[in-house]
Design a protein around this ligand. Structure first.
Ligand SMILES: [Zn+2]
Length: 223
């Protein structure tokens, strides 16, 4: 044993204190987000989840639909989205799922700043939710290329990335083999944020370039 007051004893006490501080810091630090979701997922009822997010204090009314209230890839995805408190940056090629549109609209109503980048050709297709979201006051910008704006990612509060193969369509959710990765690793989130900001600026309508003669063969998009 080292005597109390000896140099070895003091060094040991300092090391123990440093360890205690490190353990306390690790304990307080939120656990990193790393979640992998696979689709298709079985149908489930998300009314309670949405109602809870809508009116946090009010008790949710039971939904009369026959679907189970299950923990599924879709419910987990919606939970992640509804965790947004300040901003939601969306970059979605095809967006026709009414339920995900409801979640996005709910966040918009709750004061979350929602920005949506999408594909010019797909946003005009029947069933697209983009027009509805625009009418509800959500800012939407689209590409201006012959190629597709094919990304499918979301950034929650500029710190959590949701990305993968999943288009936000009921078909993809219920029928397709798809993957979604959720991470809050800053090294992954930062380049996606920068890419989003770059596209947001590039697709600003004031920066559009209309090639000569484009008016004569312009395609009308009903959004
Ligand atoms: Zn239901």
């Amino acid at each position: 044993m080292w005597a109390v007051g000896s140099p070895q004893g003091a060094a040991l006490a300092v090391a123990a204190a440093a360890l205690a501080v490190a353990v306390a810091a690790a304990w307080r630090r939120p656990r990193p987000v790393r979640e992998v979701l696979f689709f298709p997922c079985r149908p489930c009822c998300l009314e309670a989840l949405l109602a809870e997010a809508e009116a946090e204090a009010a008790p949710a009314r039971p939904c009369p639909c026959p679907l189970p209230r299950a923990d599924t890839s879709l419910s987990r995805l919606v939970r992640r989205l509804l965790s947004a408190r300040r901003s939601l940056d969306l970059c979605i090629f095809s967006f026709s799922c009414p339920l995900l549109a409801r979640a996005v609209h709910l966040l918009h109503r709750r004061g979350v700043r929602v920005r949506l980048v999408t594909d010019a050709q797909y946003m005009g297709l029947q069933g697209s939710q983009i027009g509805r979201l625009r009418q509800e006051g959500i800012q939407v910008r689209h590409d201006q290329h012959s190629g597709y704006m094919h990304h499918k990612f979301a950034i929650v509060d500029r710190r959590m990335l949701i990305t993968g193969s999943l288009n936000w369509t009921s078909q993809a959710i219920q029928s397709n083999r798809e993957n979604v990765l959720v991470v809050d690793d800053a090294e992954c989130v930062k380049p996606f944020l920068e890419e989003f900001e770059r596209m947001w600026e590039e697709y600003n309508p004031t920066n559009y370039i209309f090639p000569k003669g484009s008016a004569s063969n312009a395609v009308e998009i009903n959004d």
